[in-house]
Write a protein that binds this ligand. Structure first.
Ligand SMILES: Cc1ncc(C[n+]2csc(CCOP(=O)(O)OP(=O)(O)O)c2C)c(N)n1
Ligand code: SF4
Ligand SMILES: [Mg+2]
Length: 766
């Protein structure tokens, strides 16, 4: 028999069939999304949440769902795509972590302020800097004040369940709010556990019913002004309504949890209590650490110690009443925070728990706060036991000696302890050898470069020490080093996040022999602008008497030129005297080979799978050099390592322009055998084939005048595009007869861009 519940869900007398499986949190989030069959997912890769989009893309390639998967140019863009899609009235999903959440965050209060529900999985991870990819709650704590509901999932099972509950509560007519499902990066996202899920997608869809969006942008007969300018006195009313919606969520969540329990057999209270009936001491922890603490509580109980564990399933709305109930008879609660407020009297959870208890005049619970597990530091049995012991001691003495402190941190050592320079810093006479000479031809305005023979060039010391951790056959460093051979004198490098950055630094080690700065993935160019200006100003003030003639070089991947395009263009438009060198390996390799906008059409990546319903990337590659040329900076070039002389010349020109006129930008194609699925020894041949088929033409643009520096046609070396594609596992599918149409589209685009470039080469005014 089927009945309809108060929230409109269909309830069956017999529970629907469920399947036992062994899966991770990310797999379960993707499975729930597939079963819901969202309309749109807008996303941007960031570890450890990326897998959700990857799994869904893989399923999409096999036609297992209809979700439109949109790879954004950054998390801000992803959040914008999601907002736009929700305004269109359908169901929308996103997933992110750490700085991805922070980069998106500006958009998120707009989503709640205009009351458009969607679901965002936040796979929690430490925020930069320094960069750390492992799990803590420092990212999630930034989302506490954005007006979103926050559901917590301590296990892969809970990830699945909360992902199904999330749209239900978010779309409730009295609520209409976006929802975050938060779970621990790596601990929950990547560890497999026994789980159950519904066998039929219809069960999930029946539980949710069709999406309900009372006002949307796609009904011309009912036009709506979404997001009007709103000032005093209305904005406070808007926020009050938002607060009422959150209150409604508090009221409706137990109803929906109960309905879900009836359907699935799994019940989630607002606050989960473990061994709390007679507990005198409690640990209050969020997500996976609470599960560890439960095991330790069992052991301590065996010794007769009255301990228990409290953990929230919902963080927004904050279940204050449930915390009061859970802790009413507890002598000491030790609240653990996996993120700090840095002197706001404790981490956010502890502050909120204390505030909740204060509202109960009868409550006498003493509270301690310990910050633990930052940057993914493991929370082991010993840690839980140590925290229980601290709390037991406070219960015994009735005194909280140190209310707020860190657990598991050490004060650190003298900076250089145990670390010594393997190679000494470069001496001035080593870096200034006048090996490559550049002169400006006054008649043509062009630069003439004299490059010595390759043997002479090896006198230039490498700016990068051997011993970095790149994969065998990786093309990044040989290409960047070849470029650096053309650069005279002292340099300061800035690396955006990517393989080059990750494999050359790992605290306390560094492979860089020159000063190196890292900043957020999307903001390197702006950062280097600031550094260059400070250098110039301090020199002008006479504060750096011994330092002159520094060259500033930013090294970025192609991905960095997606998310960092805005700051790169800004830097170009300001014409800051620096060089941006992009090594293009056609994807986001460091995070697991997701597509970048430079990935060509049809190429397979972990977010452009090949299957019966999808044949790799769905749109053409970005022409970054032409975009940068359109900013009218003095110098733009492309290069490859194996045409070394050409690259050295271009590097020397780039430096001349950065010293004398402003910004230079260059793109180097660099092999990634791991993700191109090609033989390590073939790297240079594949890159050469990319040049010879005219996919990656070698040229430079000096003050708007294009000069092709290597023309495969003129040299009788042009090869078909297919010859290049045949050399890589990620592209071989394009040579199959059934993919002829995609191959033609790609060949046509390569040809069109090559012909246009040739026309520019032949006509200086183009
Ligand atoms: C705001 C933000 N979003 C996402 C990431 C995750 N992330 C770090 S590196 C990277 C890909 C880098 O790609 P690319 O620049 O091409 O360098 P490669 O890894 O290929 O060397 C991504 C997506 C991040 N660090 N910060
Ligand atoms: S994944 Fe690719 S780009 Fe990154 S280090 Fe390995 S070979 Fe190089
Ligand atoms: Mg890349």
């Amino acid at each position: 028999m089927v009945t309809t519940t108060r929230t409109g869900a269909q309830r069956t007398a017999v529970r629907p069939e469920q399947v036992l499986a062994f899966k991770t949190g990310n797999e379960m989030a993707a499975l729930a999304a597939k079963q819901i069959n969202y309309h749109v997912m807008g996303y941007y890769p960031i570890t450890p949440s990326t897998e959700i989009a990857e799994f869904l893309d893989e399923m999409k390639a096999e036609g297992l769902h209809d979700i439109v998967m949109i790879p954004a140019d950054g998390e801000h863009g992803a959040a914008g795509i999601c907002y736009g899609a929700t305004v269109g009235g359908g169901r929308v999903l996103n997933a992110t972590s750490a700085n991805g959440l922070l980069y998106a965050i500006e958009q998120l209060p707009v989503q709640s302020g205009t009351r458009y529900p969607m679901v965002l999985n936040v796979v929690t991870r430490s925020i930069s800097g320094p960069l750390d990819i492992r799990g803590d709650h420092s990212d999630l704590y930034f989302a506490l004040n954005i007006g979103w509901i926050i559901l917590l999932a301590r296990s892969p099972q809970a990830v699945y369940d909360m992902n199904i509950i999330a749209p239900k509560i978010g779309e409730h007519p009295d609520v209409r709010l976006p929802v975050i499902v938060a779970y621990d990066g790596f601990f929950t996202s990547h560890q497999k556990r026994l789980v159950e899920h519904f066998k039929d997608d219809e069960v999930v869809q029946g539980f949710l019913g069709p999406p309900k969006t009372p006002i949307h942008a796609l009904d011309p007969r009912h036009p709506a002004t979404i997001g009007p300018y709103m000032n005093d006195p209305d904005l406070i009313n808007n926020k009050y309504q938002l607060k009422l919606a959150v209150d409604a969520a508090m009221r409706e969540l137990p109803v929906i949890f109960a309905e879900y329990a009836e359907l699935s057999g799994r019940h989630y209270p607002l606050v989960d209590t473990y061994a709390m009936e007679d507990a005198e001491v409690a640990l209050v922890l969020l997500n996976s650490a609470a599960e560890t603490a439960k095991d330790v509580a069992d052991r301590l109980r065996e010794k007769g110690l009255p301990v228990g564990v409290v953990s929230a399933n919902v963080l927004r709305p904050f279940p204050a009443e449930e915390f009061r109930k859970a802790l009413r008879n507890v002598k000491v609660a030790l609240v653990g925070d996996r993120g700090d407020s840095f002197s706001g009297q404790g981490g956010n959870l502890s502050i909120e728990v204390k505030a909740a208890l204060k509202d109960d005049p009868e409550n006498r619970t003493l509270c301690l706060n310990r910050i633990y597990g930052l940057g993914g530091k493991d929370f082991r049995f010993e840690d839980a036991e140590a925290l229980f012991n601290e709390a037991l001691e406070a219960a015994r003495t009735g005194v909280v000696a140190v209310p707020y402190d860190y657990h598991g941190a050490t004060p650190g050592q003298e900076a250089a302890a145990g670390v010594y320079p393997y190679l000494p810093p470069l001496e001035k006479e080593e870096v200034y050898q006048n090996l490559v000479q550049v002169e400006r031809d006054e008649a043509t305005g062009k630069l003439k470069v004299k490059v010595p023979n390759p043997r002479e060039l090896t006198r230039r010391p490498k700016r990068l020490a051997p011993g970095h951790g790149a994969c065998p056959g990786c093309g990044i460093f040989s290409a960047v080093e070849q470029f650096m051979r053309g650069i005279e004198g002292d340099v300061v490098v800035l690396y955006q996040t990517g393989c080059a950055m990750v494999v050359t630094t790992g605290y306390p080690y560094s492979a860089h022999r020159v000063t190196y700065v890292h900043n957020l993935f999307q903001n390197g160019a702006a950062t280097l602008s600031g550094l260059v200006e400070m250098y110039r100003e301090r020199r002008r003030r006479g504060e750096l008497p011994d330092v002159d003639d520094l060259t500033f070089v930013m090294v970025t991947g192609d991905g960095g030129m997606d998310i960092g395009m805005g700051p790169a263009i800004g830097t170009a438009l300001r014409n800051h005297p620096l060089i941006i060198v992009e090594y293009d390996n056609e994807g986001y390799m460091n995070t697991g080979a997701q597509l970048s906008y430079s990935t060509p059409l049809g190429h397979a990546s972990s977010t452009s799978h090949v299957g019966s319903h999808q044949q790799g990337k769905r749109f053409q590659h970005k022409d970054t050099p032409q975009i940068m040329a359109a900013t009218n900076i003095p110098y733009v070039f492309t290069g490859i390592e194996s045409l070394g002389r050409d690259l050295v010349e271009k590097a020397a020109k780039a430096q001349w322009y950065a010293r004398n006129q402003g910004m230079a930008y260059g793109k180097l194609l660099s092999a990634c055998p791991l993700n191109w699925r090609s033989e390590e020894r073939l790297g240079q041949r594949i890159v050469q084939a990319a040049v010879d088929c005219c996919f990656f033409p070698l040229y430079d643009i000096e003050h708007g005048i294009t000069n092709i520096t290597y023309d495969p046609e003129a040299r009788n070396k042009r090869v078909p595009v297919s010859e290049w594609l045949d050399m890589m596992g990620k592209t071989r599918h394009l040579l199959r007869p059934e993919n002829a149409e995609i191959l033609h589209q790609f060949e046509d685009e390569v040809e069109r861009r090559w012909r246009r470039l040739k026309a520019r080469h032949e006509h200086p005014l183009l």
